[in-house]
Design a protein around this ligand. Structure first.
Ligand SMILES: Nc1ncnc2c1ncn2[C@@H]1O[C@H](COP(=O)(O)OP(=O)(O)OP(=O)(O)O)[C@@H](O)[C@H]1O
Length: 292
């Protein structure tokens, strides 16, 4: 394995997780070079105030695979996704129970810092949210500043090219790196957000309906990017689009919240099997468009 330019990034010793500290010694690979990690939810329940919205959800999201979370509106998919990188706790009314393990380590353990979870588990949202006035280049490196990573100019140049290439955007913006991120098309902005997430070299990338605001061509480009990242980063994607789930994911989990009960997983497994031979009739009805 060759060391990437990003291996020279310096991280503050007080904040650096073991994996991040390894980077400073030039041994950690670049995003997409094998740092993908398994994510496991164990008996996760969630509440907004007194309203329980998830009940004891357990799911293993294998390293380097794409796991799609599917299910009707309101069954708790986004809440579950936000629990996976500690965003749920940003809502003062929100609470949760259970464990989320990244490579076997509970991200909610008292000694684990919030910033570690965010550095290792990135998030891409439904609506592309680049910093609109900031250049394409600075958008990619923005995540470094936010996570306290310092890097020299050459390192940043190489990192920007690396991440934009991984996000499938480099050829389209290589001559426009100083233009504002807000000047890109919606699909390009979403891929810029993916590049920004990759700049801190996450082990997991969470995506909450990343194509729902995009046209079909841009959707196809983002799907190609997801497939390109698979094997290198663990991807967990929420989608309402069954064709998209079938196209991009290796595994699927079908969430459902029936008649005022909290959401849970009805069935999960390899995507091919979930679509061709679902074990539960409710899954069959959903994937075949009979409800939801
Ligand atoms: N900030 C919030 N405050 C209170 N309740 C919330 C909040 N966010 C979500 N909920 C509730 O939690 C439940 C699950 O919502 P969530 O958004 O996770 O579902 P979802 O499956 O992602 O839905 P969709 O597919 O429509 O995005 C719903 O009953 C919703 O009303």
């Amino acid at each position: 394995m060759t060391a990437s330019p990003a291996d020279t990034l310096r991280l503050p010793t007080t904040e650096a997780a073991p994996q991040a500290q390894a980077r400073t010694q030039g041994v950690a690979p670049a995003p997409g070079d094998g740092t993908a990690a398994e994510l496991e939810a164990r008996a996760v329940s969630a509440w907004f105030g007194d309203h329980k919205v998830l009940d004891r959800v357990s799911l293993t999201m294998p390293a380097g695979r794409v796991t799609a979370l599917i299910g009707p509106s309101g069954c708790g998919k986004s809440t579950f996704l936000r629990i996976l990188n500690r965003m749920h706790e940003l809502n003062p009314a929100a609470s949760l129970a259970g464990e989320v393990l990244l490579s076997g380590q509970d991200i909610y353990a008292p000694e684990r810092r919030l910033t570690d979870a965010r550095r290792h588990i990135g998030m891409v949202f439904q609506k592309p949210n680049p910093f609109p006035a900031m250049s394409v280049y600075d958008n990619v490196t923005a995540g470094l500043k936010l996570t306290g990573v310092r890097a020299g100019r050459d390192t940043k140049d190489d990192l920007v090219e690396h991440c934009l290439t991984k996000a499938g955007l480099w050829n389209e913006v290589r001559d426009r790196l100083r233009q504002p991120g807000g000047a890109l098309s919606g699909g390009q902005q979403q891929r810029l957000c993916i590049a920004r997430s990759l700049a801190v070299r996450p082990q997991v990338l969470l995506m909450d309906e990343p194509c729902s605001a995009l046209d079909p061509t841009s959707t196809r480009r983002v799907e190609e990017t997801i497939k390109e990242l698979a094997g290198e980063v663990t991807v967990v994607i929420v989608t309402h689009n069954m064709q998209q789930a079938a196209r991009v994911s290796d595994r699927c989990a079908f969430f459902l919240a029936e008649q005022g009960t909290p959401g849970g997983i009805v069935e999960h497994g390899p995507t091919d099997a979930m679509f061709a031979e679902p074990a539960d009739s409710r899954t069959a009805d959903y994937v075949n468009g009979r409800f939801g």
